[in-house]
Each structure stands twice: as structure tokens, then as C-alpha cells.
Design a protein around this ligand. Sequence first.
Ligand SMILES: [Zn+2]
Length: 125
Amino acid sequence: MDDLSVKAYFQDKKGTTSELVATFYDEETYNACRPTLGGIARKARLIITESCENEDKIPEALTFIDKMILDVQKLRDSDFHVCPADERDPVTGEIIDSTRECTCGHFDNVCDNLLKLRKMINGEI
Ligand SMILES: [Zn+2]
């Protein structure tokens, strides 16, 4: 079995709805099942569409996401992003301007979403 998977969908003729009906992990099985799926689709006045996915791409995508998370963390910690919480009175240790919003969370939100995406791609959620 190679790492190519084929997903078969039933789709209405206008292409407005599409439902995943089967995933095949080798082309031979897909080719054997395709006429049967075609018959079912025809009866329901639907058509079959297919998409091939190279499962090989997943580790590559995960590495890419990891890199993006590091990039966003670097942006958060870079000099142009001044966190008010980092500007403290050297004597009292208090935040000099507490009226300014800490925007570190904006960067962390992006990282959280990237982590969520990573888990989705990896089939963890
Ligand atoms: Zn901050």
C-alpha cells in the first residue's frame, strides 16, 4: 500500500453540496469500488467527485506550522513590539505606563490557533 489516498464524494450536479462517502488507501480498491459508488450516486441523482491526497504532505505541513509558531513568537518578543509590562521602573519595579494594553496576547492567540490547526491536521482533534 502506498501513501496515496483517494477520497470519494457525492456531489449534487450544481456542486453546492459535497459529502465524503469513502476514503481509499490504494487505487486498485478504489477502481474496483468505483462502479458501485457510481450506481449509488446515479440513483440519488448525484455525481462522484474525488480528491487525491498525498499523506506524505502531512509531516511537511506540521513542520511548516511549527516554523510559523516560532515566527509569531519571535514577532511577539522582537524589539518593535514593546510590551508595557517589560517597561518597569528600575527602582520600584512597577509598570511605568499601566494605561497601555499588553498586546502579547494577540500574538499568543495566533500561536494557539496554529497549535489547534496542527492538532486538526495530525488527527488529534
Ligand atoms: Zn505584553
